[in-house]
Ligand binder design. Structure first.
Ligand code: PLP
Length: 360
């Protein structure tokens, strides 16, 4: 049975031709094509600088280092995210503090985050714009800056997302991922966005083995460079992104409408200040695991992002309790919302959810 996938990267002739051009040019990595992509990305995202890297994880890691975060510094992160948000705090040996999330937006609970920031201990906060919806930028950025803490936004799922009409969140840096399932891709890839000249300069150096000029080393750096082929694909994807985002938003609206009578599911909550780019369309569902099995059997792609609170993943060696995160890990289920869905596909997805609860 050919099913409906939960995600589908779209690679057109434009991407293929542009990638071929780079392959034939001989300049395969870290050259003018990457610079061209960075310029286009900075302009699209409304930041002064964009620094391209080879993953979103690398972007978060370098952003923390370039912002001066070091061993034993306290860093606040949401308990509900992809593991990369936590991993990067471990890479710099920071003291990670896991903050519970809001039960409606699934983003960092602003009251709890502000309360923690007011203690004056945190050196940085990494708020995540989960599923493509901005976190509460007003509350968190203001409180962090008042407390002298840096804000490194994890917008890896949220390219194009806006807060009160702006893609620039007035943070110290924002990080993107271009992994193939994201709203646009460079195959693997990521980027740091910032208005801070010094942070940008340091990030460029750390990404390129810590080298400022040929064999002049300022840091123990990393090889986190993006390839020219990735950048060429990214340039073509960026031109198509707004159209894809509109399609995601339309699909989400259609699903909201088709599922509004199914009282066992809660469709995604949208903060009116946020422009949601629907990287994921995520329900809170009664008998989530039953619904998941039903959709699996019907060939409807679906996924649980995420089944485990970060603080209870053993390798992170964390302690604590975040009751809202623990609860929603058992309730969330993401459905297909990507731009390749036909109207008929969207109806099939909604009908399958509706049928499960009608049969129960
Ligand atoms: C919230 C979040 N943070 C960080 C990352 C890391 O990005 P990448 O997979 O490009 O390293 C991802 C990507 O999956 C993500 O969803």
């Amino acid at each position: 049975m050919s099913g409906i996938p939960i995600a589908k990267p779209i690679i057109g002739d434009e991407e293929v031709n542009h990638a071929m051009q780079v392959l034939r040019s001989g300049q395969l990595t870290h050259g003018p094509k990457v610079e061209e992509f960075e310029k286009a990305l900075a302009q699209y995202c409304q930041y002064k600088h964009a620094i391209a890297l080879n993953s979103g994880t690398a972007a978060l890691h370098v952003a923390l280092l370039a912002a001066g975060i070091k061993e034993k510094d306290e860093v606040l992160i949401p308990d509900f995210s992809f593991i990369a948000t936590a991993n990067v705090t471990k890479y710099v040996r920071a003291k990670t503090k896991y903050i519970d999330v809001d039960k409606k937006t699934f983003n960092m609970n602003p009251d709890k985050t502000v309360k923690e920031l007011k203690k004056g201990k945190a050196k940085a906060v990494i708020p995540v714009s989960l599923y493509g919806q901005a976190y509460d930028v007003d509350a968190i950025v203001d409180a962090a800056h008042a407390a002298g803490a840096k804000v490194i936004s994890d917008n890896c799922q949220a390219i194009g997302a806006k807060w009160k009409g702006s893609r620039n969140f007035n943070d110290d840096a924002a990080c993107l991922s271009f992994y193939p399932t994201k709203n646009m891709t460079t195959m693997e890839g990521g980027a740091i966005l910032t208005d801070n000249d010094e942070l940008a300069a340091n990030a460029r150096i750390i990404r390129n083995v810590g080298m400022r000029a040929r064999y002049e080393y300022l840091f123990v750096g990393y090889n986190y460079r993006m390839t020219g082929v990735g950048a060429a694909i990214g340039l073509e994807q960026l031109k198509k992104l707004d159209g894809w985002t509109e399609k995601r938003r339309k699909n989400a609206e259609m699903l909201n409408d088709l599922l509004k009578k199914v009282k066992q599911v809660k469709t995604p909550f949208c903060d009116e200040r946020a422009f949601h780019v629907y990287h994921q369309y995520t329900l809170k569902a009664e008998n989530r695991d039953g619904l998941k099995a039903h959709l699996d059997a019907a060939g409807i792609g679906n996924a649980v992002f995420y089944p485990t609170p970060l603080h209870s993943i053993p390798v992170l060696e964390a302690k604590g309790s975040c009751p809202t995160t623990e609860k929603i890990c058992k309730e969330v289920l993401s459905l297909p919302v990507h731009p390749s869905l036909s109207e008929e596909d969207v109806h099939k997805v909604a009908e399958s959810v509706t049928a499960f609860y009608a049969e129960a």
